[in-house]
Design a protein around this ligand. Structure first.
Ligand SMILES: Cc1cc2nc3c(=O)[nH]c(=O)nc-3n(C[C@H](O)[C@H](O)[C@H](O)COP(=O)(O)OP(=O)(O)OC[C@H]3O[C@@H](n4cnc5c(N)ncnc54)[C@H](O)[C@@H]3O)c2cc1C
Length: 488
């Protein structure tokens, strides 16, 4: 172990306790990656239990020149929590308290390591919920959700995480504590809360979160619509929204994923369908009735085969179980999957989906699609076995083409998973050198020493002082490639 790492370890043990600091080979390997396909390495792993502990981690890291990678539950799919080099990984999984619930103010304060579903379940007896519901909600942490600006099936009408976070206490590099945002309706001054949400651990460590509570709807209806062509299914999505209805959720699953999810969840999904939609509407009884009619009309106009309406809460839960376990269910197809979560305009869904199938087939790979269709937020899951030589290269080439297809269709790089390492070098496809330099200036203001989650989000060459160099050159070519050996 290098001397500066050994000294940092000793200081961390004094501050946090010896049990809260790991550096054995197994731990370093376990914390070397998130749920993406990119693996790195780290020198130390620390488990703070309080805001003061987090501050100690960042003070000690700065004193000893260690880069810091914040980590919640490690379910990220973009390599955001994948450490590089001799990083200190700061894991919030021991900070799981629900600190305060104030239904009268429609807010709650929570520690960052609390799992999303544990928060929603704790709010239920008060008549409220926390609206963003990533499919990883059983495991993913609120701190991770904040830093990826996570979405979920029920974010279509209510918005992604940024719409549900009022304030954050953030420990800055060096150990200072700041509050961004406010409990009140709007904080004066710059919207630093907005800057921190989705910053993927590059600005500081979120040590507590003030979330907005959403009332549980009085009535809900969940519908499963089944189609004999992907085109009819996708067209129904844009027709529903063009018709003036924004359902609580509109999720699409194609044939391959329907079969895999049904084998796992036994939700009664029609396994001979080309594609299905799960549509949920909520509100008053009257609103639910009206919205359901509009959904049925749009589906009928697009040759829906059957419409199944959940009869009770148990059937509703079963229909959602199939959808929310779909990523796990693809393990039946092959041991590994890779995906990017690009967003395309809803009106381009039919065209982009056929492009996705064409690309993947041309590379001799398998793809299934399960995604937040209402938002146009695609998740093409390429299934493969990386132990077969040459396969990973094919997967990356296909994924690269899919990203470019989506961008060419007027899309965005990420709807919810963030940029991390995996999409970092695509940033120049959608941002100019000046755009990237402006983002880097924000980063430098928070983290002048560049210790927070280095090499993530912004490509090399995006630094404030570097953007003049990039102007006039091909920014995409200037973007550095991923560190050697990081793809596994
Ligand atoms: C099966 C499956 C389904 C998924 N479904 C969805 C979905 O529907 N919607 C969706 O948005 N995502 C989804 N994801 C992706 C992932 O769950 C989300 O990105 C989630 O928000 C990550 O939370 P985490 O606690 O695991 O964060 P991590 O993976 O640990 O970290 C994610 C990023 O946040 C940073 N970070 C974590 N905690 C902090 C903190 N306290 N302070 C500062 N930075 C921090 C990390 O450095 C990293 O950059 C899914 C993933 C899986 C495996």
């Amino acid at each position: 172990m290098d001397t500066h790492v050994a000294a940092a370890r000793a200081a961390l043990e004094r501050a946090l306790g010896a049990d809260e600091v790991l550096s054995d080979p197994l731990a370093l390997r376990l914390y070397a990656r998130d749920a993406s396909m990119v693996e790195g390495g780290c020198a130390l792993v620390a488990f703070p239990r309080s805001v003061d502990d987090v501050a100690s981690c960042l003070t000690i890291a700065e004193e000893h020149g260690l880069p810091v990678v914040p980590r919640g539950s490690g379910t990220g799919l973009a390599g955001g929590a994948t450490p590089i080099g001799d990083a200190l990984v700061v894991v919030t999984s021991k900070m799981t308290e629900l600190l305060e619930v104030r239904p009268e103010d429609r807010l709650a304060w929570v520690e960052p390591g609390l799992a999303n579903l544990d928060l929603a379940n704790a709010l239920r007896p008060h008549g409220y919920t926390y609206a963003p519901d990533p499919s990883s909600q059983q495991t993913s942490s609120i701190g991770g959700n904040v830093n990826t600006n996570a979405g979920g099936p029920h974010c279509l009408a209510s918005g992604v995480t940024s719409a549900h976070v009022l304030a954050l206490d953030v420990v800055l590099p060096g150990g200072g504590l700041v509050r961004v945002g406010s409990e009140g309706p709007a904080a004066a001054g710059y919207d630093l809360r907005g800057a921190v949400v989705g910053s993927e651990g590059t600005l500081g460590i979120v040590a507590s979160v003030c979330v907005r509570l959403s009332p549980l709807p009085p009535a809900v209806s969940t519908m499963l619509l089944d189609f004999t062509t992907v085109e009819d299914c996708a067209a129904t999505v844009s027709d529903i929204i063009a018709g003036g209805v924004v359902p609580a959720a509109v999720e699409m699953m194609d044939h391959g994923i329907v079969v895999a999810a049904e084998n796992f969840a036994h939700a009664g999904y029609p396994t001979d369908a080309a594609a299905i939609l799960l549509v949920e509407v909520d509100g008053t009884d009257e609103a639910v009735h009206e919205q359901s009619r509009a959904v049925e009309d749009a589906a009928t106009a697009n040759h829906v085969r059957t419409i199944r309406i959940a009869a009770d809460a148990d059937e509703r839960a079963l229909l959602w179980k199939g959808r929310k376990s779909a990523f796990g269910a693809v393990a039946q197809i092959a041991p590994h999957y890779h995906l990017h979560d690009c967003v395309v305009p809803r009106t381009k869904l039919v065209e982009v989906l056929s492009g996705v199938y064409e690309i993947v087939e041309r590379h001799g790979l398998i793809v299934t699609n399960v995604f937040h269709a209402g938002d146009g937020n695609l998740h093409p899951l390429i299934s493969f076995d990386r132990r077969i030589p040459g396969t990973m290269d094919k997967v990356l080439r296909a994924a690269d083409e899919i990203v470019r297809l989506c961008v060419d269709a007027g899309g965005a790089l990420s709807g919810e998973h963030g940029i991390g390492l995996e999409k970092r070098d695509f940033m120049p496809l959608v941002f100019t050198a000046d755009d990237l330099a402006a983002q880097d200036c924000v980063r430098s203001a928070f983290d002048p020493g560049r210790l927070m989650n280095p090499q993530k989000v912004l490509p090399e060459g995006a630094r404030c002082g570097d953007h003049a160099v990039l102007r006039g050159s091909d920014a995409a070519e200037a973007a550095a490639s991923l560190p050697e050996g990081s793809w596994i």
